[in-house]
Design a protein around this ligand. Structure first.
Ligand code: GBH
Length: 482
């Protein structure tokens, strides 16, 4: 068994998907062009004090006007796949399927055709956080109506693009939608209601995913033969002290169930929320004087629809945390009042350009093994993994161009090394890896102050320049390993 410090050589499976990833709001720009409807991120960023550098995605990388340039970079990277997302309000300005914006549909058709012409397979995310404002106005993710509306949107996209798109992600990081959108309020729609709304939202996210999956099953699968899943974000929750104290080991497991398991258990295991999570929320609800748990229940019929609604497991990994029993370390942060676990980091861990991003490659191998074991050895596609550099507010583009991005190069190599160990030594069925991101883009509430691109983007001139990490990734891709 290769340890965390050993460098291994070896190849991935034949046909391994090598890709890079982006999302619509983060790159497209042209937020109100050609009949596009508004999204909650247009509204959120156009309201003061939501974004660190007061920026927004109005222009971003202008990918809406740059299909050729985007595809040219992908070709240079020699990737076999490109993961991007569709903007729901660009396709359906009101969020509803009775009103299609043809210009928006044309854009995605041009992109998909250009990719295929260049031998690059699309992986398409239906929802990467840019909910149509019109749907938000009638309750958004809090509304019981949304699974139906989402399934109609998915239905339209499968029908329109599915002759050419064979890999689908319904929802990107549902846990982040529920947590940052409705608990912390750091993401659109900016709601802070930790005890109730995240749970209601999660119910509707899960039902939306499952319903769309079943639409694919019944209407498209036979003819299109594609694969559908979602992208689950997950830190690796490593037990503090390597779990020598069983209380810390328990806290780490609880943390995994509360974050990763919240969405993984229903879809990939049982049709229902993880047992420790259900127990904890019921207990806390009781302590606060309520006989019923704040976590809504799925009906038997819903459970049947949800359970098994996947063709592979999509995993986004960036970082690791040390998790302890809250009583054992007062300095550890509590993520949520219902979650009795403290979260901390190791002072020796190297840090990237985002305050939350500690560089812990071995965490990815542990996480892959955990997911593989808990969910019955599914095929796993790593749909995101990547590293940021800091671009301080007000800095000039030249100052942070950093063509020699040593840290990102190391991040990329060391993480793919750990994926190889998971595949070869731990027998985890990993069949794809998508690096975040193709190019610098709008990093949500951090605006343009954190850069994840293999290509630097000068947001004054629009120029894109490859960093050294682009070359480094291309080498790995071409060798299909090391
Ligand atoms: C991904 O999320 C997203 O899918 C992608 O759009 C994004 O650009 C990329 O990561 C890079 O961030 O602000 O301290 O509360 C990764 C999971 C979850 C990581 C939220 C950052 C913010 C923590 N992200 N987290 S904090």
């Amino acid at each position: 068994m290769a340890s965390a410090d050993t460098t291994v050589s070896g190849k991935f499976c034949e046909g391994f998907a090598w890709g890079v990833a982006t999302s619509a709001y983060q790159i497209e720009g042209k937020w109100d062009a050609d009949g596009k409807g508004k999204s909650i991120w247009d509204d959120f960023t156009h309201t003061p004090n939501h974004v660190e550098d007061s920026s927004n995605g109005d222009v971003a990388c202008d990918s809406y006007s740059k299909v050729e340039e985007d595809v040219k970079m992908l070709k240079e990277l020699k990737v076999s796949h490109y993961r991007f997302s569709l903007s729901w309000p660009r396709i359906m300005p009101t969020g509803k399927a009775d009103n299609i914006n043809k210009a928006g549909v044309d854009y995605y058709n041009r992109l998909i055709d250009a990719l295929l012409k260049n031998g690059i397979q699309p992986m398409v995310t239906l929802y990467h956080w840019d909910l149509p404002s019109a749907i938000e106005e009638s309750g958004g993710w809090l509304s019981e109506e949304i699974p139906e509306l989402f399934a109609d949107y998915a239905d339209y996209c499968f029908g329109e693009f599915g002759d050419r798109v064979k890999l689908w992600i319904t929802i990107n990081e549902p846990q982040i939608v529920a947590y940052l959108g409705y608990c912390v309020g750091l993401h659109a729609p900016g709601t802070q209601d930790p005890l109730t709304k995240p749970y209601l939202v999660s119910r509707h996210l899960i039902l939306s995913h499952a319903k769309s999956y079943r639409v694919y099953d019944s209407k498209y699968r036979a003819a299109q033969k594609g694969k559908v899943s979602l992208s689950i974000n997950s830190d690796w929750a490593h037990p503090a002290g390597d779990g020598k104290d069983p209380k810390d080991a328990h806290a780490a497991e609880l943390y995994m169930q509360f974050t990763n398991g919240w969405f993984s258990d229903p879809i990939f295991l049982s049709g229902d929320y993880p047992p420790l999570m259900k127990e904890a929320i019921a207990k806390k609800s009781k302590e606060l004087g309520s006989e019923t748990s704040r976590l809504p229940v799925f009906s038997e019929e819903e459970k049947k629809m949800i359970k098994g609604s996947y063709d592979f497991y999509g995993l986004n990994y960036y970082t690791t945390r040390l998790i302890c029993d809250p009583a054992s370390n007062e300095k550890a942060t509590r993520m949520h009042p219902d979650l009795d676990a403290g979260s901390a980091t190791d002072p020796t861990w190297e840090r990237a350009g985002s305050p939350w991003l500690y560089i812990v490659p071995w965490g990815l191998r542990r996480l892959l093994k955990y997911v593989s074991d808990r969910y019955g050895k599914p095929t796993i596609m790593i749909t995101e993994n990547g590293c940021s550099t800091k671009h301080p507010v007000g800095a000039k583009e030249e100052e942070t161009l950093q063509i020699e991005d040593a840290q990102r190069q190391n991040y990329v190599k060391s993480h793919i090394q750990e994926v190889l160990k998971a595949y070869r030594d731990d027998k985890v069925d990993v069949q794809g890896y998508f690096l975040w991101s193709l190019m610098d883009n709008f990093e949500w509430s951090a605006g343009y102050t954190e850069r994840f691109g293999l290509y630097h983007v000068d947001f004054q001139t629009g120029t894109r320049t490859p960093r050294k990490s682009a070359e480094c990734y291309r080498e790995i891709v071409q060798k299909n390993g090391f």
